[in-house]
Write a protein that binds this ligand. Sequence first.
Ligand code: PEP
Length: 281
Amino acid sequence: LGRHRDDNRQTGFSYNGVDFNQSNLNIFAGLCAVDIPEHVEMMLKALEENGQVCTRMGAYKPRTNPYSFQGHGKGCLPWVFEKAGKHGIKVVAMEITHESHIEEIDTCLEKLGRPTGVMLQVGTRNTQNFELLKAIGRQSTYPVLLKRGFGITLNESLNAAEYLASEGNANVIFCLRGMKTEAGQPHRNMVDFAHVPAVKRLTRMPVCVDPSHSVGTREKAPDGILDVMHATAQGVVAGANMVLVDFHPKPEKALVDGPQALLMNELPAYLEDIHLCHDTW
Ligand code: PEP
């Protein structure tokens, strides 16, 4: 996946009718964690009404606290995928935390006649889970969204991407999601979107930004704009090719990361803002 000085090899790939490369932009707004069918339905309906064909939906959640909600797991896959297909979603970004989840997803999609596609997400806590990366790399059915490790160097995270490619799957998108710092405030992580052009220069991977997990709050700047929106704009202006962002119809009822979720009625303005930023390219 590394780019060399004289390397003109094409970047990117197509999956389920959606192009992913270093020149275009795809938006994956959705639920951090699947909770109840009503919320999933509301989210997907809003996406369809706003012309979106991609989403994020977490079924397997890697939690810091073992007593926190761990995600519905494979039990929710059939109704999530069916609903996604019904609303015209072509790609669902879904984190997996164990290689057995690949088969669970594949079996479910196969049984349903593949109403939608899935992008396998590797979270920041698993960036250096090499056995998981190798297992994901051995399959070529699903593209991969690899998150940067929050406490390792950029180069170490880029090497993690090579674990996927070296096993056979080069359909990889690299996601910046902020870095842990001692400071801890005012955002959950130190937003690292200035690295978008650096990753594009160093590699052939499309680059994603995750403003929700970087910022981690619904704080607003003095201009009244949410910090999540400002961070998104920074990432898109910097050349991001994908945005992964949390929305929720009722953030107070969300089972994971509610405090950072944007609201359904903020979706149109959010999308418009992204397109304005993208037009500056
Ligand atoms: C997520 O996207 O749901 C998530 C847990 O993100 P991260 O791995 O970046 O913490």
